[in-house]
Design a protein around this ligand. Structure first.
Ligand code: ADP
Ligand code: CA
Ligand code: CA
Ligand code: CA
Ligand code: CA
Ligand code: CA
Length: 409
């Protein structure tokens, strides 16, 4: 999917009269689509910024806009944009958008409904904090993604049993990340949150000069009650309407205000309580990952990469969605059924032959080692499909699940 992102960003930049360059930390990039590939030092924000200033002078025209597509590059892109005086969020905002504790504090200031939360770095602290957060609760990394190491616990016994695993997992294996410094700031702790029951949604929006436009809302129609929270099914447009949907839009704009996001695209997640009140989970200062980009495009006709590229270049994005023309779209994400070596993927041809299947994407290949939730970074593949109603999308998701099989040995 990332290839599609790049291709569209390059196309948009070209259409607006710019060259498109990519700055990578490792020279593994093949240089497709772009006009030039530069390398920058790994894991050193200041050195990367200095290198980009140099690149801006090497290019025939100074750099006119900066985009990051992966979450861990968001602070770096913000730092480069800040140095070059380009439309962007600040580095501070970029960091907050990845630091779930600072984010919660920012949301608290602007008064968005959210779960009670606490930081805990030892099991004793966690048991103590749990008394005010209350059970059931969710333990999760402060910096994370893909629901990795996010776990629901219902009792002090369960908390004590799983706390150390989550805490260790939370800080393991991403020392390449500039935000790894938060490990000591937070005493290697994790976040405890009140478990929010209710349906989960994600909101794709963009902000230009402080004005928020919500482009699409996806429901996650499969109940996600834990203990693990891998995402398996998205469907858009949302079934939410009226006051609840208005509240979702209001809180999305408020989240941008709280985090000081005045330019760029965002991906915001909520859980909607049985009362209809949305509670915010998090806001990513980036496009929605995986097939979300294509799902939005198929459903609304809005190309979020084009929008993001325009915003980054200071060009008016000016998007409007005609509700009468929105199509029903869904996608399923597929995980391994048990850990092991991938022996075969069945059902691809059957699915690809269907007119209502827009894309079948398998990320890995036979022979790969497959892991299962909750220790997975991402799914093994996805299927994107269209329908005439939500009921049809739900039915098709079941059919897709029965057809596509990852055989493991
Ligand atoms: P990540 O950055 O890994 O996506 P999130 O905070 O979004 O982390 O958590 C991942 C998933 O875990 C959410 O999509 C949601 O399903 C579940 N989850 C997280 N926090 C809560 C909570 N407080 N109440 C209920 N579910 C939660
Ligand atoms: Ca010139
Ligand atoms: Ca996230
Ligand atoms: Ca998510
Ligand atoms: Ca999330
Ligand atoms: Ca097809």
């Amino acid at each position: 999917s990332r290839r599609k992102h790049f291709a569209k960003a390059v196309e948009t930049a070209h259409a607006l009269g710019h060259r498109a360059i990519v700055v990578v930390e490792e020279p593994s990039w093949e240089g497709e689509y772009v006009d030039e590939v530069y390398t920058a030092p790994t894991g050193d924000l200041r050195a990367t910024v200095a290198r980009c200033v140099e690149i801006s002078q090497l290019e025939p025209e100074p750099i006119a806009g900066v985009i990051a597509f992966v979450e861990h590059s968001v602070p770096t892109a913000a730092a480069v944009a800040a140095e070059l005086g380009l439309p962007s969020i600040s580095v501070d905002t970029a960091e907050k958008s990845r630091d779930k504790l600072s984010m919660r504090q920012a949301f608290e200031k602007v008064g968005i409904s959210q779960p009670r939360f606490a930081l805990a770095s030892t099991v004793e602290e966690a048991l103590e904090a749990a008394e005010s957060v209350a059970y059931p609760l969710v333990m999760k990394p402060i910096i994370g993604g893909g629901s990795m190491f996010v776990r629901r616990v219902d009792t002090p016994e369960e908390l004590a049993e799983h706390f150390e695993d989550i805490r260790e997992g939370a800080w393991a294996g991403f020392d390449y990340d500039p935000l790894f410094i938060l490990k000591s700031k937070y005493s290697e702790g994790i976040l405890l949150e009140e478990f929010l029951p209710g349906n989960e949604i994600s909101v794709e929006s963009y902000v230009q000069d402080g004005v928020t436009t919500v482009v699409a809302v996806h429901d996650k129609p499969t109940p996600m009650d834990g203990p693990f929270f891998e995402e398996t099914f998205y469907a858009t447009p949302t079934v939410l309407a009226g006051a609840t949907l208005a509240k979702v839009e209001e809180y999305t704009a408020l989240a941008h205000q709280g985090l000081d996001i005045a330019q760029g695209a965002t991906h915001t997640e909520f859980r909607v309580a049985p009362s209809g009140e949305p509670y915010i989970l998090e806001t990513g200062a980036r496009l929605g990952g995986g097939p979300v980009y294509q799902s939005v495009l198929l459903s609304t006709g809005v190309d979020m990469v084009e929008v993001l590229t325009k915003v980054a270049l200071g060009e008016v994005a000016d998007v409007s969605v005609d509700p009468a023309r929105v199509r029903h779209v869904g996608f399923s994400l597929h995980f391994g059924e048990q850990p092991g070596e991938l022996a075969a993927v069945e059902g691809i041809d059957t699915l690809e032959d269907r007119d209502d299947v827009a894309e079948v994407m398998i990320y890995g290949k036979v022979g790969d080692q497959i892991d299962v939730p909750p220790r997975v970074w991402q799914a093994q593949g996805h299927v994107l499909f269209t329908g005439d109603s939500r009921e049809e999308i739900v039915r098709k998701q079941r059919e897709v699940n029965e057809t596509l099989r990852f055989r493991v040995r």
